[in-house]
Write a protein that binds this ligand. Structure first.
Ligand code: ATP
Ligand code: MG
Length: 379
């Protein structure tokens, strides 16, 4: 099978200069090296790529030897990070053969058998993510009609969705993320398989799902992503206690707006909002014992967070802050003016206040006056 090679000259400045350097150095050492994946997809659509990944015929150890400032990472997938500053690195992956080691249930346990460019193509997830760019010849290399899918805005699986989702169920979430990001349609075979196999997500390590959740919701289309996850029955495996509310919708639209305007966002807020309904529900259940409000709030928070972390990790710093925001709501609703001035100095005040404002604009309109009070008090 011959690939389609299409000559495309990208704007010289748009390709990361460090990524170019890495490709050149690898070529000079006698290895093949291409830009691959999300960066080519995004460049072709005229978006600014988040990062530039490289695929090469050199093994991780060979890459590591060539670049002094590099480190080997990963177990299931061994990769090399080439450091360009304390915060910037270029990720280099060795071509993999399609042969993966799977457990009895079809899940990939190891994928470190190296192969050729052509083999590497077929272990990638979607055709739009399997385009390679040969910098020297300014050519896109396409084995899987990825260009066509990209121009038609279609998410198509490489291979059979039933098996590919079994190998790695996280691909189901990725399908949704790319569908929304590219405003694409999903191949009906993919849709059907997700609906049937969403439950496979139950077995993914909680830490990996945490990373995926950040990618899902910290972008300009957070609201659409939420809607699609609901529609495909995937939300239930990420946030089993969460039901859609106007508070969540409003928050997600707000998050997207902040990202568009280059303002910072934090996962603390996301988790606090997603779990607020469950926290309230648990509070009401426990409240029947009529102990102190503070103790019941704390207990309810802990119960809800514990249940959430069975599915998606919440690092300690994050759950501690989520709890702070929740516990401060009662104070923000009721406290005296003396206490109010104290609260403004609390390190978590700003987030708790934003939380209250969003509640007042959605599920708790009766708090509108109180929200205004806090707004004024800070002026
Ligand atoms: P973005 O970085 O914009 O979120 P991306 O496509 O670059 O999107 P990455 O997670 O950076 O996504 O992965 C880089 C490439 O690696 C993908 O384009 C895809 O080809 C391949 N890939 C990543 N994750 C998987 C996976 N779970 N299964 C198969 N291939 C994958
Ligand atoms: Mg990427």
């Amino acid at each position: 099978m011959k690939p389609i090679r299409q000559t495309i000259h990208f704007d010289k400045k748009i390709i990361d200069k460090d990524a170019k350097k890495v490709v050149k150095t690898l070529n000079k050492a006698g290895y093949e090296a291409y830009l691959v994946g999300g960066c080519i997809r995004d460049l072709l659509l005229g978006h600014k790529p988040k990062d530039f990944d490289i695929a090469t015929s050199a093994t991780p150890e060979q890459v590591h030897k060539i670049f002094k400032r590099s480190r080997l990472i990963g177990r299931r997938f061994r990769l090399v990070h080439i450091m360009f500053s304390s915060r910037k690195y270029i990720e280099v992956a060795t071509f993999r053969s399609g042969k993966v080691k799977t457990a009895g249930n079809g899940v990939i346990v190891r994928d470190n058998l190296y192969g050729t460019l052509k083999e590497d193509v077929f272990r990638r997830d979607f055709s739009v993510n399997a385009l390679y760019y040969d910098i020297q010849n300014s050519q896109v290399i396409d084995y899987v009609d990825g260009l066509e899918a990209l121009y038609n805005s279609e998410i198509r699986m490489i291979g059979n969705p039933v098996e590919r989702f079994k190998e790695d169920p996280v691909r189901m979430i990725r399908a949704i993320r790319f569908k929304v990001k590219l405003e694409a349609t999903i191949d009906p075979k993919i849709s059907r398989t997700i609906s049937n196999q969403a439950y496979l997500l139950a077995n993914i390590p909680a830490a990996r799902l945490y990373d995926e959740c950040i990618k899902l919701f910290h972008n300009e289309n957070a609201y659409e992503v939420f809607e699609q996850l609901l529609k495909y029955g995937l939300l239930n495996y990420l946030f089993p206690q969460t039901e859609e509310t106007s508070f969540i919708n409003k928050t997600l639209l707000n998050t997207s707006k902040r990202i568009k305007n280059d303002k910072p966002v934090t996962p603390v807020f996301l988790f606090a909002v997603f779990l607020w309904g469950a926290q309230n529900k648990r509070f009401n259940e426990l409240n029947k014992n009529k102990k102190s409000r503070f103790l019941i709030m704390t207990q309810a928070s802990e119960d809800v967070i514990r249940k959430q972390t069975e599915q998606v990790l919440m690092p300690r710093w994050l759950s501690a802050r989520v709890k702070d925001i929740w516990l401060m709501q009662n104070q923000l609703e009721n406290c005296s003016i003396k206490k109010a001035k104290e609260l403004i100095g609390h390190p978590r005040f700003r987030m708790a206040y934003d939380f209250l404002v969003l509640r007042s604009e959605s599920i708790n309109p009766e708090l509108a006056e109180r929200a205004k009070y806090w707004t004024k008090l800070q002026q």
